[in-house]
Design a protein around this ligand. Structure first.
Ligand code: ZN
Length: 118
């Protein structure tokens, strides 16, 4: 005993690497994500390919936040982000994340980082 199965649902289960249109984003759970000095449930930095999620939220809330932030990443990686109003983009990804959460049972899959694939 003393070992957990690999899939044991720890609070950090959303951490890992995610494929966004072929780009690898790393997701970390942190105490308090900040966006322009404001507290947020999550942030997405598409330059650094990094997403942060607030660790103290419930699993459902964290999953919705992750889908939301992956939505921002997807819009940026698609090339639409530059021309899209930031507030419009935020409303779209908020609504889409809610629709996904309410209609699907979503489990993250772990992908390897670019480094460990080489
Ligand atoms: Zn947003």
């Amino acid at each position: 005993m003393g070992t957990f199965p690999l899939w044991f649902p720890m609070k950090n289960k959303l951490e890992g690497h995610y494929d966004v249109l072929g780009e690898i984003y790393s997701v970390e759970e942190v105490k308090q994500p900040e966006l322009d000095g404001e507290h947020a449930l999550g942030t997405c930095d598409s330059e650094k390919k990094e997403i942060e999620i607030k660790e103290s939220e419930s699993n459902d809330s964290k999953l919705e936040t992750l889908i939301h932030e992956l939505g921002h990443a997807t819009i940026d990686e698609s090339g639409l982000g530059e021309d899209m109003d930031a507030q419009v983009e935020h409303v779209i990804v908020t609504a889409f994340a809610k629709t996904m959460i309410r209609n699907f049972k979503i489990e993250p899959i772990k992908i390897q980082s670019r480094k460990s694939r080489d």
